[in-house]
Structures are given as structure tokens and as C-alpha cells.
Design a protein around this ligand. Structure first.
Ligand code: DC
Length: 217
């Protein structure tokens, strides 16, 4: 069973998704890391997001894998490298390129297949595009100020003011929600959870209840 967890940055997707995966003994896939790894490869090659053929070439040649909780690019663990402010600032335009998405989504489906289809998959388009048949679909939201505060506790935001983080999140939301291909929207059949006033444990237990209702114990 695939459990699809979508939502914007800073809502707690990763923390919640990992805890749900641990509780069920499922694999965990962070799909944003794939777009981040492609972005890292383009930055290293000095290729800009509007050089579409060159970006596509890089995405096609990239060996992408997610093992445990780590992202690998061409065999190298890039989990820290994909979380730098440079990658975070550049990832939304790269992830808006349709041909890049087609390639990346293919690899994500193949990854889930390799893990016997028992996975918690977090991202922006999991319930709408990558696994529209997922029996459990959740769309997490939270007030912008709460999201910025949560993000400020992440290592990647070290040294940034909360107001700066809030602006960066808003910029990414704007690009991610308005792009033509696979925009950030809740699937019609997703269960929306506003996490503003909920603890991680409370959100996890709601999702575990949904999984139990769908037949997973
Ligand atoms: O979840 P994240 O912050 O690591 O995601 C990084 C970017 O990747 C985000 O700005 C949008 C994009 N993304 C996407 O378009 N589709 C996904 N399934 C996951 C992430």
C-alpha cells in the first residue's frame, strides 16, 4: 500500500512521513530530494533552469536513488548537498520543467515498485500524479507563520531569520502552486489535515488510523 503525503514546505511532511513509515515498517521516499539532486547537478555543471535541453540531459544522465533516509546522486550521498540555500533557491524552477518531471516520476514509481509497493511517499504531486490510486492520501497544511517557525528549526535554515524563511517559503509556494505541470494541489480524495495546532504524534496517529481503515495494520 502506498501512503501519499503531500503539502507545501514547512508543514512537517518529512517528520510525519518517517514516523508513519517506522510505525508500519514501510519504506520512506522523499520525492523532493530527487528534484533537489537534479538541481544540484545543474548547479555543479553551471547550467541555468532556462537551458532546458541541457537540464534534461543532466537529469537523464543522473543516477538517482534514495536509500534509508539518504539521497544518492551518481553513487554519492548528497543528503547534505541537496539542502544548501543555493539548491533550495534554485529547485522550484527546475521542478517546474515537464520533461524533468516525467523522468523523475518514472524513477520514483520504479523505486516504490522495488520496495514491494509498501511505502510512505512524501511530495507535492503524489496523490494527484505519481500514485493517484494510493489508498491513503493526505494533504498537510499549516499557517504560514507556523511553517516558517518549524522550518527555522531545520539545519538547512540555520542562520536565517524567520521572516526571511517565510518569504522564501512563500516564493516557492507561488511557483509550486501555479506551475502548469503537476501543481501543488490537494487530490479530490485526499484527507486534508491542518497541522497548525497539532503535535507530530497527533498527525501520525490520524494517518495511522486512515491506514488501518484502508486495511493496513
Ligand atoms: O519537499 P522539498 O522542499 O524538498 O521539495 C523541493 C522542491 O521540489 C519543491 O520546491 C517543489 C519540488 N517538488 C515537486 O515539485 N514535486 C514533488 N513531488 C516534491 C518536490
Amino acid at each position: 500500500m502506498v501512503i501519499a503525503i503531500d503539502g507545501p514546505g514547512g508543514v512537517g511532511k518529512s517528520t510525519v512521513s518517517r514516523a508513519v513509515a517506522d510505525a508500519l515498517g514501510f519504506a520512506y521516499l522523499d520525492t523532493g530530494s530527487y528534484y533537489r539532486a537534479v538541481t544540484l547537478a545543474t548547479l555543479e555543471a553551471g547550467v541555468a533552469a532556462d537551458e532546458i535541453p541541457a537540464v534534461l540531459e543532466i537529469a537523464r544522465a543522473a543516477d538517482l536513488d534514495f536509500i534509508g533516509r539518504s539521497m544518492f546522486l551518481n553513487g554519492e550521498n548528497v543528503s547534505d548537498g541537496v539542502r544548501t540555500p543555493e539548491v533550495t533557491a534554485a529547485v522550484s524552477p527546475i521542478s517546474a520543467i515537464k520533461v524533468v518531471r516525467v523522468l523523475v516520476v518514472d524513477r520514483q514509481r520504479e523505486w516504490v515498485h522495488r520496495h514491494d509497493g509498501r511505502a510512505v511517499v512524501e511530495g507535492r504531486d503524489i496523490g494527484t500524479v505519481v500514485f493517484p490510486e494510493a489508498p491513503v492520501k493526505v494533504f498537510l497544511t499549516a499557517d504560514p507563520a507556523v511553517r516558517a517557525t518549524r522550518r527555522s528549526l531545520d539545519a538547512e535554515a540555520a542562520g536565517m531569520a524567520v521572516t526571511e524563511i517565510a518569504r522564501a517559503l512563500e516564493r516557492r509556494d507561488q511557483i509550486d502552486s501555479t506551475r502548469d505541470v503537476s501543481p501543488l494541489v490537494a487530490a479530490d480524495d485526499a484527507v486534508g489535515i491542518d497541522t497548525t495546532h497539532l503535535t507530530v504524534d497527533e498527525v501520525v496517529s490520524i494517518i495511522l488510523s486512515l491506514a488501518a481503515l484502508a486495511g493496513e495494520h
